[in-house]
Design a protein around this ligand. Structure first.
Ligand code: CO8
Length: 257
């Protein structure tokens, strides 16, 4: 399939999606959303693919929502079209998506990275919610996801001042899982995605769903949800295979059933 604003490449069982609007530092316009939704729907539908990596360029993962596209819009246009609400569908992707962030991840770019299942950051990465400088605010979940990721103090400071966090600070604050030298970012992200793609597919979906549930539920309900999904995995052929393979000291051979 051809896309206008992204490049999609399959590397084994890993789908590598690269934002491709270099002249606008990968600013997110309506077409990017359309392309991303199509690429992630294709990922979910393709049994040969187990995990995606979403990345940008060396200079920018994405420098935010497209300010030029938004600047002329009024309340009726924004509210009437529920502008960018399609990103809610993006987070419903059932296979894991890893954000591999180098350079700027600002505004909607930071929010897009946080919609992924986890973030691997190059040592050049810079995260920020600078919308306040434009007299607006995060609008794709940043005020909520950043606060859950790094806590109120840092999230509030970043949203109110627009200051950026470098990769080291982002790792210490829990926004990213690991910092990687920029030159190795894509290879390391694809390697990590390949590890995930090599796991039993139903178990991958269940693990993703239960970790995400921690954001939506209280502890007792979350633990209960986890336990029920754990019980459910004992209804899969891959659970039998996985435990037999352990006992027989061999790799598991997954059927996705
Ligand atoms: N939108 C559109 N174009 C952009 C954007 C953007 N967010 N960011 C950069 N560009 C363009 C520039 O206009 C410039 O284009 P041109 O060459 O035609 O002038 C080109 O990219 C290169 O940018 P710079 O010359 O500015 O590059 P610098 O290296 O000097 O600076 C920065 C890099 C610091 C990243 C700078 O470009 C910048 O500050 N960009 C804007 C960052 C920002 O404010 N992001 C937040 C945008 S608002 C947002 O994301 C809201 C999200 C919620 C939306 C929800 C809707 C419901």
């Amino acid at each position: 399939m051809d896309y206008e604003t992204i490049q999609v490449e399959q590397r084994g069982a890993v789908t590598l999606i690269t934002l491709d609007r270099p002249k606008a530092l990968n600013a997110l316009n309506a077409q990017v959303l359309t392309d991303l939704l199509a690429a992630l729907a294709a990922l979910d539908a393709d049994h040969s693919q187990g995990c995606a990596v979403l990345t940008g360029s060396d200079k920018a993962f994405a420098a935010g929502a497209d300010i030029k596209e938004m600047s002329g819009m009024d309340f009726a246009a924004m509210y009437g079209s529920d502008h960018f609400s399609g990103y809610d569908r993006l987070v419903q992707t059932r296979k894991p998506v890893i954000a591999a962030v180098a350079g700027y991840a600002l505004g909607g770019g930071c929010e897009l990275a946080m919609m992924c299942d986890f973030i691997l950051a190059a040592d050049t990465a810079k995260f920020g919610q600078p919308e306040i400088k434009l007299a607006v605010s995060p609008g794709m979940g940043g005020s909520q996801r950043l606060t859950r990721a790094v806590g109120k103090a840092k999230a509030m400071e970043m949203c109110l001042t627009g200051r950026m966090m470098d990769a080291g600070e982002a790792e210490r604050a829990g926004l990213v899982s690991r910092v990687i030298p920029a030159a190795e970012l894509i290879d390391e992200a694809v390697k990590t995605a390949a590890v995930i793609a090599g796991m039993a597919p139903i178990a991958v979906k269940a693990n993703k769903e239960m970790v995400n549930a921690a954001f939506e539920t209280g502890l007792t309900a979350g633990v209960q949800f986890e336990r029920r999904l754990f019980h459910g995995l004992f209804g899969t052929a891959d659970q039998k295979e996985g435990m037999a393979a352990f006992v027989e000291k061999r790799p598991g051979n997954w059927t996705g059933k």
